[in-house]
Design a protein around this ligand. Structure first.
Ligand code: NG6
Ligand code: CA
Length: 530
C-alpha cells in the first residue's frame, strides 16, 4: 500500500523489499528452529490500521513500534477475525472461527470461561513444546464455570491455568467493565479482605452510587453513552460492583502495571523459551493514560493512549534486549479490531482527531463489516530470522496464529493440533515470516451483528443480512450491513467499498457466495470451491 510505504520511507531510508530467506525445512511442512524462539504476541485493543506512525498516523509518535517495523515485517493486508474483541480473541487463541461457537460475542465481566479447558489453545501448543506461557492485560474471554456465579473473593476456577497459561495477570474483561481489579493466577491481585468484592450485571448493590444517579462523582471521565453504572476511580463502568478496596485498579496505572508484570516475567524466564500474550487496554475506552503521556499527541486522550501503548512496547523490547533475548524472540504486534473514536466516554476523541485517520483511510471501523473493522496493523519482528525490513501486502488472518505457531515450534500434525482455518500446507508460516508472494487465498471476517464477509483475491463479498447503516448506540461508524449482497473490487491495490459491483459480476458473486457457504460448512481447502 502506497501510503504505508511512504510512511515507512519517511521514517528511515529503507528499501521495502524482500528478504526473508533462510531455514525453512519444507516438505515436512514444519519450520523448526534449532533453538526455539521466545514468542511475544502484543495485542492492542481497538488500534486501527492507520493508528501507528509507521502506518501513516498523524499527530502521534510511535518510535518504539516504528523501530520494530523498520527492522521487521510490516503487513498491509492483515485481518483480525472479527470487528470486536471477544470473538477476535477467541479465534486468535483457539484457531476456531467465532461463528462456529455460540456465546463468543462481546462478553460481560462476569461471563463464564468461553475458551473451555477441553479446548486446544495456542498456549497449549507452546506448553507442549516445553515453553513457559503467560498472559497479561485484557482477557475478555470469561472466567469460572458459570456466568454470574463467580465468587471474586476466592480463587476462581476454571481460569487461565486450565487452558495452557502457566502465569496470568489479567483484567477479567475490559477496562470499562466491572470487576475493576487485576486477577493473578485466578485470584484477585492485591486482595483487600476489608472490602469483599461483589459483581452483578443485573442490578446495583444497595446504597452504591452509579454514573447515572451521581454524575458529580465522575471526577476522572464522564460517559457519552452507556457506561453509567458503577463508579470506580471516578469513571462510570458497565456493570455493577461493590467493594474491592485496595485491589481496585487506577486506570492511569493499567499500562504500567501490566508492562511491569510482563517485564518481570521476562527477567525470571531467561533460561527457557517462553510465550507471552501481552494484551493491552490501550487504546480501548476508558482512555485514561498516565500523566506522563498526557499531551504526547495532538489528539488528546486517544492519541496519548497510543503513545502509552508505544511506551509499553518499548519496555518489553528493552527487557528482551537487556536479557540478550531480543535476537531470537519472535514479536508479533497487532490489534483485535478496528478503531473507534467516541466509544462511550467524553474524551474528545472525535473533536481532536484532526488530520489523523484511525482506519488509514479505510471505510467503517470497529463493529463494522467494512475493511476498517478488521484490517489491523501487523508487525513481525524476529532478528534471528528476518534479516531485512519489508512491507508485505499478502493477505493474512489472525485465525492462523495457532497453526503458524504450531509449525514454528514443530508441533504441527501432532495429536490435538488442529486447524479449522488454513489451507493446511504450511503456506501461512511462510507468509507470516515474510516470504514474498505468500498470501492466504481467502479470509473470512465477522462484524458485530455476525454478518460475514469474504475476501478472496481482488474481491470482497459481504453477505446480505441487513441491519442499521450506522452503529445505532453512539459510535459514528458505518456498519456496511445491507439486505443486498455486496461485492467490492480492488482498485489501485485497495478495495473500493463505495461501489457495489455485485450486479455487474454475477459469476464472481456466485462463486463468492458458494465459497463462503462452503467454509461455513467447515470445508477447509480453498481448492474444493473452485
Ligand atoms: C460496547 C461498549 C463499548 C465497548 C464495546 C466492546 C457501551 C455503550 N459500549 O458495548 O464501550 O466496551 O462494547 O469493545 O457499552 S471490545 O473492543 O471489547 O469489543
Ligand atoms: Ca477491541
Amino acid at each position: 500500500m502506497e501510503r504505508l510505504e511512504i510512511a515507512m520511507l519517511s521514517l528511515a531510508a529503507v528499501s521495502p523489499c524482500v528478504l526473508w530467506a533462510e531455514n525453512y525445512s519444507e516438505g515436512a511442512g514444519a519450520y523448526v528452529s534449532s533453538q526455539l524462539p521466545n514468542v511475544v504476541m502484543i495485542y492492542a485493543d481497538d488500534l486501527g490500521f492507520g493508528d501507528l506512525e509507521c502506518y501513516g498516523a498523524q499527530g502521534v509518535k510511535t518510535p518504539n513500534i516504528n523501530k520494530l517495523a523498520l527492522n521487521g515485517l510490516c503487513f498491509t493486508n492483515a485481518h483480525a477475525v472479527a470487528s470486536t474483541s471477544t470473538p477476535s480473541r477467541y479465534s486468535l487463541l483457539t484457531g476456531e472461527y467465532p461463528w462456529r461457537k455460540p456465546g463468543t460475542d462481546v462478553a460481560a465481566g462476569d461471563a463464564a470461561m468461553i475458551v473451555t479447558p477441553d479446548q486446544y489453545t495456542v498456549a497449549d501448543v507452546f506448553k507442549e513444546a516445553g515453553y513457559t506461557t503467560a498472559a497479561f492485560g485484557k482477557w475478555h474471554l470469561g472466567l469460572g464455570a458459570e456466568s454470574g456465579k463467580q465468587d471474586w473473593n476466592v480463587p476462581i476456577s476454571p481460569a487461565l491455568a486450565d487452558i495452557g497459561f502457566d502465569y496470568s495477570y489479567i483484567m477479567a474483561a475490559t477496562a470499562d467493565r466491572v470487576p475493576c481489579v487485576f486477577i493473578e493466577n485466578g485470584s484477585v491481585a492485591n486482595y483487600d479482605p476489608s472490602a469483599p468484592i461483589y459483581v452483578s450485571y443485573r442490578q446495583n448493590f444497595e446504597g452504591e452510587p452509579t454514573g447515572r444517579s451521581n454524575p458529580e462523582l465522575l471526577y476522572n471521565l464522564k460517559h457519552s453513552h452507556g457506561h453509567d453504572m458503577s463508579i470506580v476511580n471516578g469513571i462510570g463502568r458497565i456493570g455493577y460492583m461493590k467493594g474491592g478496596g485496595a485491589a481496585l485498579w487506577k486506570d492511569e496505572n493499567i499500562a504500567d502495571s501490566i508492562t511491569s508484570h510482563a517485564v518481570d516475567f521476562i527477567k525470571a524466564n531467561v533460561e527457557q523459551p517462553f510465550f507471552i500474550y501481552f494484551a493491552t487496554n490501550d487504546v480501548h475506552v476508558p482512555r485514561f493514560p498516565h500523566q506522563r503521556f498526557r499531551g504526547a499527541s495532538t489528539m488528546g486522550l486517544r492519541g496519548d493512549a497510543i503513545a502509552q501503548f508505544d511506551w509499553s512496547v518499548g519496555e518489553i523490547v528493552r527487557a528482551l534486549d537487556e536479557q540478550g533475548l531480543l535476537d531470537n524472540t519472535l514479536i508479533i504486534l497487532t490489534s483485535d479490531n478496528g478503531p473507534v473514536l467516541d466509544d462511550g466516554y467524553a474524551d474528545n476523541a472525535e473533536e481532536l482527531v484532526g488530520e489523523h485517520s484511525p482506519t488509514g483511510g479505510l471505510r467503517g471501523g470497529k463493529y463494522s463489516t467494512f475493511e476498517g473493522g478488521t484490517r489491523v496493523p501487523f508487525i513481525v519482528h524476529w532478528p534471528a530470522k528476518i534479516k531485512e525490513a519489508a512491507v508485505r501486502d499478502g493477505l493474512l488472518s489472525q485465525i492462523d496464529f495457532l497453526d503458524v505457531m504450531a509449525r514454528i515450534v514443530g508441533k504441527q500434525g501432532e495429536p490435538g493440533v488442529r486447524s479449522f482455518s488454513s489451507d493446511g500446507d504450511g503456506e501461512q508460516v511462510k507468509a507470516w515470516l515474510g516470504e514474498e508472494g505468500c498470501s492466504r487465498p481467502f479470509a473470512v471476517e465477522m462484524a458485530a451483528n455476525h454478518t460475514l464477509s469474504l475476501i478472496y483475491f481482488n474481491w470482497k463479498y459481504i453477505e446480505p443480512k441487513g441491519g442499521p447503516a450506522m452503529v445505532p448506540w453512539g459510535p459514528k461508524i458505518e456498519t456496511g450491513y445491507s439486505t443486498e449482497p455486496q461485492l467490492f473490487q480492488k482498485v489501485g491495490g485497495e478495495f473500493d467499498e463505495t461501489r457495489n459491483v455485485a450486479a455487474d459480476n454475477p459469476t464472481i458473486l456466485k462463486a463468492a457466495k458458494n465459497l463462503l457457504e462452503g467454509i461455513r460448512k467447515n470445508k477447509r481447502h480453498f481448492m474444493e470451491f473452485q
